[in-house]
Design a protein around this ligand. Structure first.
Ligand SMILES: C[S@@+](CC[C@H](N)C(=O)[O-])C[C@H]1O[C@@H](n2cnc3c(N)ncnc32)[C@H](O)[C@@H]1O
Length: 316
């Protein structure tokens, strides 16, 4: 069984260098956050769940840790969730640059929507999404039904001073989670709280997804999000040579334009969906009793020749 301590020890040279190696990826990590995430990945990184990926900085740290453990005989599976499509796209780009795409499934949405689609058994969790009290509380309450006892959770920004001003509610939500008996507090690392779940959590141990199942889930997620959005970022076929680097001849500007184009395509798709929803709402309104009575009223008025128009030209 893994012994987690309040002191941070370095497992290897790579662990020592991980902050330096990842510090230029967009994101907000203190050295202590990165060191703990690497250690979590190393020791418990079979099935990594991260809520809030932003630019993939923590994802790289966790996966580098998981891949560095010589005793790990299976490929780590990383599940990253972000509510913002730009967060998903940025993370996909970063993972590609670090040749890590093959291990990753990126989900556009919340933990709530993710949990409705996937029954995974995370072996470690990084909570770094909505930092308001209600957001963290809701993520932790969902996690308690998901996780088995002894699962390490790192909650980012627990030690951030903005918890005192009310800007953030991480500390309050985490402290309540501990008080309610779902986790034990091990210590703070960087600005994160490190917890271990207790047997009050209701997760049921289940086997990891097979490589085929994992690839299948990735394909499902991709088809939902719209393949054109980030097909270049996510290898569907694991037999493909993993993550070829972008052609050196393609300049950074061109890459940027491509990303923006893909984001715009995704937004157009979103607007189309919203338009369809609005149209079906109008149809539902028109078939409602009120609408039918209104039309009948106009007919009666027309019969008696009293139909008038308002100043905008609409029939009153
Ligand atoms: C602080 S950033 C994550 C940084 C990343 N973990 C790292 O260390 O590199 C927070 C991310 O959470 C996402 N987010 C905010 N609310 C969310 C929610 N309810 N569910 C999922 N993601 C959310 C934001 O879009 C943002 O990308």
């Amino acid at each position: 069984m893994t012994t987690w301590t309040e002191q941070q020890h370095f497992l290897n040279e790579d662990h020592h260098n991980i902050f330096e190696k990842t510090k230029d990826i967009p994101g907000w990590q203190e050295p202590g956050d990165s060191y703990k995430l690497y250690e979590m990945g190393y020791r418990s990184g079979d099935v990594i769940l991260e809520i809030g990926t932003y630019g993939g900085r923590s994802a790289v740290v966790e996966l580098e840790g998981a891949l560095a453990n010589p005793d790990r005989s299976i490929k780590p599976q990383y599940f990253g969730i972000d509510l913002d499509i730009n967060g998903v796209l940025r993370t996909a780009d970063t993972l590609e640059k670090f040749n890590l795409t093959d291990y990753c499934l990126l989900f556009h949405g919340t933990l709530n929507s993710f949990a409705k689609e996937f029954s995974i058994q995370p072996t470690m969790v990084f909570v770094d999404a909505d930092h308001r009290y209600e957001g963290v509380k809701s993520d932790l309450l969902l996690l308690k039904d998901y996780l088995v006892a002894g699962t390490p959770i790192l909650c980012h920004d627990y030690a951030n001073p903005e918890n005192e001003t009310g800007e953030m509610g991480v500390r309050q939500a985490v402290n309540e989670f501990i008080r309610e008996g779902y986790a034990e507090f091990v210590g703070t690392f960087g600005c994160s709280a490190f917890l271990l779940t207790t047997n009050q959590c209701g997760g049921v141990a289940r086997p990891r997804l097979s490589e085929q199942e994992f690839a299948g889930c990735k394909a499902d997620v991709l088809s939902k999000i719209g393949q054109s959005t980030y097909k270049r970022n996510t290898a569907l076929d694991s037999s493909k040579p993993s993550n070829p680097k972008p052609d050196a001849a393609i300049g950074q500007d061109l890459q940027q334009v491509k990303t923006e184009l893909e984001q715009a395509q995704f937004r157009i798709q979103q607007v189309k969906t919203e338009l369809e929803q609005a149209q079906s709402r109008i149809q539902a309104m028109e078939s409602s009793k009120f609408w039918k009575i209104r039309l009948a009223w106009f007919k009666v008025k027309k019969m008696f020749g009293v139909l008038e128009k308002n100043k905008n030209g609409f029939i009153k």
